[in-house]
Design a binder for this molecule. Structure first.
Ligand code: NDP
Length: 399
């Protein structure tokens, strides 16, 4: 018997709500709350389950969140609003005794910079309050960390080289669109790249390092080295890792648009004066770009996200290991109305909440996903639409 509040009714929130509604034995009551209540109402109407209600909240305001939590008394909040709201929601969770889960680490609005330190600073307070906070429980971060934990538990005595590989081989038919919130997405991609090697972080220019990687059922795709948040916790939690990198595929058309957007100043996140009104160019751009939630209908192809790991196996011998999931945009759309990028984020968020609420991932404090037992999570992930596969001792293409 558990009540959850889902904050955010965008692409990811839609998938989380659809998936929670399929498990009334775990999520006995579901509240969808977001800034724009009409979106929550439309989502609740589309799901049409008796245990869903809606509400509105500005999650930038701790006071509003506290009022929402006191009214509904949820056991857990699934935060799928934007990374800007992580800390306000965590504060309200502490004052109202609510457990917490999110899919992206905190980022201040005025600096395109993300790191875990802001959220890790809450560890002691959550622990003392007997509350659990699960950080970064989407696909990457999220399943990427659980895959790594699974590899450590079942395959390796020492993991040495970790490459997280994220391919979207889909086609939505638009000249340019982002697959999740455009503001967050463009801020992430236009940052410097960064990877971990021999105990140090190495910084690269944005998208400077790239190579062609082969993805299962897809083939070769241009893959670019990015900094991604799960690298920060994984190298701490697995100190034998000598090098950790993250790769994401982009098509040339996408990169050309991105370059133009930057060159003409539309990726700026500072305020500019437009006819006496202050606007942030990137936020304005978001308003005119296709809404990621509307991409699903004609989306073909699939995503393929996984971890390629090499090191010493349980027997001490060198080995390589690749664990991944492929997800079809069209099948995700048929089930939830959303494309595979929202789907692959929303399903793990639901599964993470299910793990907590069924007592499998209940550990007071603030934790990254790899700190929990990966086995029940991966079993539930496969049962809920994201089956995964393993390949042992094949060439990982990544020296
Ligand atoms: P969307 O922009 O589609 O949805 C965001 C939702 O949050 C909207 O409903 C929006 O409301 C709401 N929201 C924004 N600000 C506030 C606020 N101040 N108060 C209340 N609600 C607010 O984003 P996505 O669904 O694509 O992404 C959701 C999250 O998932 C993001 O944090 C993103 O970084 C993360 N993500 C994680 C991935 C992973 O693999 N780990 C992959 C993809 C995304 P409104 O409609 O009014 O704007």
């Amino acid at each position: 018997m558990a009540k959850v509040i889902i904050i955010g009714a965008g692409g990811v929130g839609s998938v989380v709500a659809h998936k929670c509604a399929k498990h009334p034995e775990v999520f006995t009551e579901i509240v969808i709350a977001s800034r724009t209540r009409s979106k929550c109402d439309a989502l609740a109407a589309a799901i049409d389950a008796p245990n869903i209600s809606t509400d509105s909240v500005d999650a930038d305001s701790v006071a509003q969140l506290e009022e929402l939590f006191r009214r509904h008394k949820p056991d857990m909040v699934i935060n799928v609003a934007l990374p800007y709201q992580d800390l306000t929601i965590m504060e309200a969770c502490l004052s109202c005794g609510v457990n917490y889960l999110d899919t992206a680490n905190y980022e201040p609005k005025d600096v395109a910079h993300f790191e875990y330190s802001w959220q890790w600073a809450y560890r002691e307070r959550f622990e003392k309050a007997g509350l659990t906070a699960i950080l970064g429980c989407g696909f990457d971060p999220g399943v990427s960390g659980v895959f790594t934990a699974y590899a450590a538990k079942h395959w390796f005595s020492e993991m040495e080289y970790l490459d997280i590989v994220d391919c979207n081989a889909g086609n939505h038919g638009k000249a340019f669109a982002t697959n999740f919130n455009p503001e967050i997405n463009i801020r992430e991609i236009t940052q410097n790249g960064r990877y971990y090697e021999d105990g140090k972080w190495v910084t690269t220019k944005p998208l400077e390092i790239h190579r062609t990687l082969t993805y299962p059922n897809i083939g070769g795709r241009d893959s670019y080295l990015l900094y991604h948040e799960e690298l920060e916790s994984l190298v701490l939690n697995y100190p034998t890792i000598k090098r950790a990198r993250f790769w994401m595929t982009f098509g040339q058309e996408y990169l050309t648009h991105l370059r133009v957007i930057q060159d003409i100043g539309m990726a700026r996140i500072d305020e500019v004066d437009y006819n006496g009104t202050k606007i942030v160019p990137l936020q304005f751009l978001k308003a005119v770009l296709p809404n990621p939630q509307d991409l699903g209908k004609n989306y073909t192809g699939e995503t393929s996200i996984g971890c390629r790991i090499s090191g010493k196996g349980k027997d001490g011998e060198p080995m390589t290991y690749y664990i991944y999931n492929n997800c079809s945009h069209h099948e995700a759309y048929l089930e939830t109305g959303m494309q595979a990028v929202s789907y692959t984020t929303g399903v793990p968020a639901m599964v993470g909440a299910m793990m907590f609420l069924t007592g499998k991932w209940n550990k007071p404090g603030v934790h990254n996903v790899e700190e929990f037992d990966p086995d029940p999570f991966l079993a539930a992930l496969a049962e809920n639409g994201l089956p995964w596969h393993e390949i042992v001792n094949q060439d990982l293409e990544l020296d």
